[in-house]
Ligand binder design. Structure first.
Ligand SMILES: *Cc1c(COP(=O)(O)O)cnc(C)c1O
Length: 411
């Protein structure tokens, strides 16, 4: 017996005309013809722009918005984002090459992440990128490379806070962590930064990711400012920048409610005047990945076969876990839940059935939808996975089983 799974709230972000999903101002079926083959990812340029506008409407105007490009490093997407945001956050030498290819000025690019190689550090220092230092050892290497290059490296200290971001999908601060320098060790590090004559910019305090609770984010903001002010007292000059992290989540699964962005913005407006007493001229940065790009992207595969096994219908598609690990549930989910999925060329069909959508890989993990109620699909139909603009292709094991890599288009 098949047990139907909980359903998603209707997804309002893409329009439908007739039976067909619209993206980038055209029907999905036409886009599929243009792309020429499935599977592919499509990212909607207008939706990216709208999302930044939404943030600008709700956040105080003095907040600088950075794009954490690991969420979606497709060069065309990063180029587009570079025209909209105030900075780009990178986490590798490869991302740095893409970021520096955009019009974004290097001092507005910041590089976080443990285990930066000497090559990564040299390239970043030479380019004038801000290095978010993850440890004292990294600081010492940066100083050596800076002296060798006769450049004063731009640095910030990534702080491992002494609190956690509550109800966050992924905690990246608090307790022992491989990220950042434990808050209590920062004063000594600041002494050393002075001795090494590094060009100190400020602090980067990132506590977590995928948070849908405004109250938790507000709480983290308050604690982050308090911590930054406490640490800033150990530096003789003003802080140039303070990156207060991001962590704004998006709804993926049934029952999840949208983050109340207005509440987060209101709270910032309420607390900033106080913060300004201690940090009058500090540039305050919020860095976001998925919140900016996830909802603008879809993953599209084609039904190769309809198959029945002991009363259950399987739609076997040409796409799967090798392109979209997150939708298969294997990108850090504890209990597998369905991403929102639809048959993109039958959006208004009356006839529905409960099916599982699977991919071509020889593992039961290759599951894009587990017993979902979808429009009754035929061979050749287009299966759409929504909320796929972040942590999609670049976060998937594309070499696994040697199928062709999915295409990506910005429309
Ligand atoms: C991954 C990461 C982000 C982006 O996280 P999202 O959940 O996509 O917003 C931002 N900052 C840092 C330091 C990260 O490691």
């Amino acid at each position: 017996m098949s047990v139907p799974r909980p359903q998603h709230a209707p997804l309002a972000q893409f329009e439908v005309e007739g039976d067909c999903l619209q993206i980038g101002g055209m029907p999905l079926t036409r886009l599929a013809e243009r792309v020429g083959r499935t599977p592919f990812y499509a990212y909607d340029r207008a939706k990216l722009t709208e999302r930044v506008e939404l943030l600008r409407r709700h956040l105080p105007p003095e907040i600088h918005l950075h794009y954490a490009m690991k969420a979606n490093p497709m060069p065309a997407v990063v180029q587009h984002m570079a025209t909209l945001v105030d900075g780009i956050d990178i986490a590798s030498g490869g991302e740095q090459r893409v970021a520096l290819d955009t019009p974004m000025a290097p001092h507005l690019v910041s590089f976080a992440g443990p285990g930066k190689s000497d090559t990564d550090l040299s390239c970043a220092i030479a380019a004038g990128v801000v290095l978010n230092m993850e440890s004292e050892a990294e600081m010492e290497r940066i100083a050596v490379i800076g002296r060798r290059l006769s450049i004063k490296p731009r640095v910030a200290v990534r702080v491992n806070p002494d609190f956690e971001l509550k109800s966050s999908g992924m905690k990246m601060g608090g307790g022992p962590k491989q990220f950042g320098v434990d808050a209590e060790r920062v004063p000594a590090m600041l002494e050393r930064i002075r001795a090494l004559e590094l060009d100190f910019q400020g602090f980067h305090i990132y506590s977590g990711s995928q948070n849908l609770k405004a109250a938790s984010i507000q709480d983290a903001h308050e604690k982050t400012f308090a911590l930054a002010i406490r640490l800033a007292a150990h530096w003789p000059g003003p802080l140039r920048t303070l990156n207060i992290g991001g962590g704004f989540g998006i709804p993926y699964f049934p029952g999840e409610e949208r983050l109340d962005l207005a509440a987060v913005g209101e709270n910032l407006k309420r607390i900033l005047p106080d913060v300004r007493r201690d940090l009058p001229d500090t540039e305050i940065v919020i860095e976001l990945g998925r919140y900016l790009v996830a909802e603008a992207g879809i993953y599209v595969s084609r039904v190769i076969e309809r198959k029945e096994s002991r009363g259950q219908v399987y739609l076997v598609t040409d796409g799967g876990l090798h392109h979209h690990l997150a939708a298969s549930g294997n990108f850090g989910q504890v209990i597998r839940k369905n991403y929102p999925v639809a048959i993109g060329n039958r959006m208004n069909a009356d006839e529905r059935e409960t099916v599982s959508v699977v991919g071509p890989l020889c593992t039961p993990l290759d599951l894009l939808a587990d017993q979902m109620s979808l429009a009754k699909a035929e061979v050749g139909d287009l299966v759409v996975v929504f909320q796929s603009g972040a942590y999609g292709l670049s976060a998937s094991p594309v070499a696994f089983l040697s199928h062709p890599v999915a295409l990506e288009v910005l429309v």
